[in-house]
Design a protein around this ligand. Sequence first.
Ligand SMILES: NC(=O)c1ccc[n+]([C@@H]2O[C@H](COP(=O)([O-])OP(=O)(O)OC[C@H]3O[C@@H](n4cnc5c(N)ncnc54)[C@H](O)[C@@H]3O)[C@@H](O)[C@H]2O)c1
Length: 271
Amino acid sequence: MSLFGYEGKKVVLTGGTTGVGAAAVELLAEAGCTDLTVLDIKEPTGPATRYIPTDMSDPASIDAAVAEIGSGVDVLFNNAGVAGVHATDFVVRVNYLGVRRLTQGILPGMPRGAAIVNTASIAGQGWPENLAKLLELMAISDWDEALQWLADNDELASVDVYGFSKQIAQVWTMYSSARSYKEFGVRTNSVCPGPIDTPLMDDFIKHMTEQVIQWTVDQSGGTMLTADDIARTLVMLGTDASIAMNGHNTVADNGFSASMTTGQIDFSGLG
Ligand SMILES: NC(=O)c1ccc[n+]([C@@H]2O[C@H](COP(=O)([O-])OP(=O)(O)OC[C@H]3O[C@@H](n4cnc5c(N)ncnc54)[C@H](O)[C@@H]3O)[C@@H](O)[C@H]2O)c1
């Protein structure tokens, strides 16, 4: 058994064309993966063995991808995501409903010991205060009913839809992991990054401001995370080295959250 390797593993990755996903494509190839399928709206340029054009906001597109992928996926990376510059329902479709639909399509054909890794965010750390509502959402399996629930509870997403979608991602990781492990022996974890230098950063600056992003980076060592930094965490969580981890939201933020929890943050830079 190779602890860290991907030799012989069938891998699926969403959002593999730019940013974290593109870096993961490179790392997976280095780690011995020769069976990688990328689902994205844009064609990847990296060493992916297969590309299936897929729109993660569209259930029909996801279902078609699931049919094309077939069974036996050893590692599924749900990485595609959008920032809060789009309409609320679009953000939640890509960042949650699409993740859920793809996972539920692929999961029954995954072998025991397989792994699912979601890309969440520290922007979703506020989930405890909304847990009861988020569990209500988790209990809704139908795509349109979930969107109706979102419309009926629009106050939850009205201030920061991206943060809310990543609260959902963290709770979904815990909620689905318990079930998937008991039923299929498949474990599910997430990575929760701080700000990363990727093409998506422009959108984050638009809705969070440059000052807040820079302050977050300054409070965690002064260097922004790179796509490769976070891709390493993703790739690690998909290997057998993390076999005992299930339902874990893995913070990867250069210590920003640790500083926040232990009262070591200087808020003066926020003005
Ligand atoms: N950049 C950050 O600061 C940051 C911080 C925390 C978490 N994240 C998360 O990391 C993940 C990767 O983002 P990134 O920063 O690498 O950004 P990115 O924009 O570089 O990558 C996103 C990828 O998803 C694809 N994508 C976008 N919409 C899609 C759709 N509807 N269907 C299929 N594919 C789609 C894009 O084409 C791209 O390949 C996202 O889930 C994001 O929320 C990013």
